[in-house]
Design a protein around this ligand. Structure first.
Ligand code: HEM
Length: 130
């Protein structure tokens, strides 16, 4: 029986494991490491706060993911397949390490955010505005 996600330490573990898979993935890895040249020290800390804010309502994240991904999309266009791969790896990482109510919430929130991102980025109602 696996434990649920209950602390910042669990979130750090989950996020670290997830981005190891992302960096190792042949479709997602190059986006982060080559095209966008992500600074992992800052990105990972930001992602801990993002997930902590979502799952534990800490309010510690103050970024703007939609704006950021629209910028990323200009340099490196997103596709539905990339989002599906991202979600697959995220769900796999949660399932391999945790189970319980918060673990389920993490998967549900990832799906809903990824869905909204896809709609706004891949199917903008007004491309000038988006
Ligand atoms: C195809 C899927 C995705 C790709 C390729 C992708 C890629 C990226 C990249 C390149 C960055 C910029 C990192 C930097 O600042 O150097 C970023 C930031 C971020 N991503 Fe994603 N992303 C994806 C999906 C998602 C999803 C589904 C979520 C949320 C559930 C998410 C959450 C974030 C957050 C919170 C940031 C930081 C935003 C900020 O700085 O305000 N990403 N992503």
């Amino acid at each position: 029986m696996k434990k649920d996600i209950t602390s910042r330490t669990d979130i750090e573990f989950l996020v670290n494991q997830f981005y190891l898979k992302v960096r190792d993935d042949e479709s997602l890895g190059p986006i982060f490491d080559q095209k966008f040249n992500v600074n992992w020290d800052t990105h990972l800390v930001k992602m801990y706060s993002f997930w902590e804010s979502i799952l534990f309502h800490t309010g510690t994240f103050n970024g703007n993911p939609m704006k950021k991904h629209k910028e990323v999309h200009q340099t490196c266009p997103f596709t539905q397949a990339l989002f599906e791969r991202w979600l697959h790896l995220f769900n796999e990482t949660v399932n391999q390490n945790f189970e319980g109510e918060i673990a389920n919430q993490a998967k549900v929130r990832a799906l809903s955010i990824a869905t909204v991102m896809q709609i706004k980025i891949l199917y903008p109602s007004d491309p000038q505005q988006n």
